[in-house]
Design a binder for this molecule. Structure first.
Ligand code: MLT
Length: 410
């Protein structure tokens, strides 16, 4: 008889977003005439930009010819894409990252989970709380935790609390940890990190020989040019951090799928005998074995976001969503609600008014205003009493959602 991975049985009921979809579906079936506005999952709504579409069309046409046909590509990504990423996203900002340290993939969600393949058992793992649930669930699946307690937190994980008392910037762990997940700009709170915050983490990782898994999926939404966009803008980060980035939110690739993971060659871990091992080699081995690369057509589309015109178009898209975020902040703020985030991130983090809990407020918003958001408690214990609204939608729908909220809940 075959055995399953028992660790999956420790997982809490459902992944957050499918649970939201289930409740929304139930509501929609019971209220077929209600017109729902979705500000829940951070899924983009604006179409791919003209430069991306043109590059993808050209790539498709090429695939119809012997000369332009591409079969298996390099598992790490085509060098022409890795090179433009290295130049524009890193070297131009003073980061010493070269093309071979960049691994093109089909998503940051996948990579933040897959990275656990190359980490050993017994690491002490810290996560911010509230947190993007993938970091937790993938550690549960990998057997890196014990069972969940009554509050839903897993034994063996170290939760770094982020709340209003610390401006959603958790303190350094008060016990030694080996792996730290950081997400900046943060999902879900929308908080950005300045140099001082990142320097503190890099120093901690260096002092404790720890690894930082830095999720920078929302870096393109940073509006203050003084804020770092990459952990590698901090001296000393090359030997303590892996960074994840994505074209999903930046260039509208949530359905198209393209992302990147940076593994610097200086990053060295220890095997069980204490001997040093280059992490880059392991990740390359993992990707070459388990991954066949992102499609040629998609990578051509991603590369087009780095042309002068492509960059302009991407900036416009981001500007558009950030105007939505400003509208949400202003509308809820003027109702006297406490709002956070939404300045360097497409997420607005709202203190639930009237002392309701997060899921109670989710249901109220859905039932009374027909607006879908994300309950803060779905991101962890410190998210209880908060609610996340995403800025990804059309202008008309965002404005309509704010009008409805003001009318029904104001
Ligand atoms: C979110 O809403 O938090 C994101 O869409 C999740 C993701 O990117 O996987």
């Amino acid at each position: 008889m075959f055995r399953i991975n028992d660790h999956y049985l420790k997982l809490k009921a459902g992944y957050l977003f499918p649970e939201i979809s289930r409740r929304v579906k139930q509501f929609a079936e019971a209220n077929p005439d209600a017109s729902l506005i979705r500000l829940g999952i951070g899924d983009v709504t604006e179409p791919l930009t003209p430069s991306v579409i043109k590059a993808m069309h050209d790539a498709v046409d090429g695939m119809a010819t012997h000369d332009g046909f591409h079969g298996y590509g390099p598992e790490q990504g085509y060098s022409w894409l890795r090179e433009v990423v290295a130049r524009h996203d890193y070297q131009e900002r003073g980061c010493q990252i070269d093309a071979e340290e960049i691994f093109i993939s089909d998503g940051s969600k996948c990579d933040t989970g897959n990275i656990l393949d190359i980490l050993g058992a017994g690491n002490r793992i810290a996560v911010q709380d509230p947190v993007y649930p993938v970091y937790i669930d993938t550690n549960v699946m990998a057997g890196n935790t014990g069972k969940a307690d009554d509050s839903g937190e897993y034994q063996g994980l170290i939760y770094l609390r982020a709340d209003e008392t610390n401006q959603f910037q958790p303190a350094l762990p008060d016990e030694p940890v080996d792996v730290i997940y950081l997400c900046y700009p943060n999902n879900p709170t929308g908080t950005a990190a300045d140099r001082t915050v990142l320097e503190r983490w890099v120093q901690y990782a260096r002092d404790n020989k720890a690894l930082i898994l830095f999720d920078a999926a929302y870096e393109a939404f940073i509006t203050d040019p003084k804020l770092p966009r990459s952990i590698y803008e901090i001296p000393g980060a090359r030997d303590v951090a892996i960074e994840f980035r994505s074209f999903s939110k930046t260039a509208g690739f949530t359905g198209t799928r393209c992302a990147l993971t940076i593994v610097p060659r200086d990053l060295v871990g220890r095997d069980s005998g204490g001997d040093p091992v280059q992490v880059h080699k392991l990740w390359n081995r993992r990707q070459s074995t388990k991954f066949n690369g992102v499609s040629y057509i998609t990578q051509r589309g991603a590369a087009a976001t780095y042309t002068e015109q492509g960059r302009k178009e991407v900036r416009q898209r981001i500007g558009f969503y950030m105007e939505n975020a400003a509208i949400i902040r202003k509308a809820l703020g003027s109702m006297g609600w406490k709002v956070f985030g939404g300045i360097h991130a497409p997420y607005v983090w709202v203190r639930v008014p009237g002392g309701m809990d997060s899921w109670g407020f989710f249901d109220k918003l859905l039932n009374e205003a027909h607006v879908v958001g994300t309950p803060g408690s779905g991101f962890g214990r410190s998210g209880e009493g908060y609610f996340r609204l995403s800025a990804f939608n059309s202008r008309a729908k965002v404005e309509q959602a704010m009008e409805r909220i003001a009318k029904k809940l104001g």
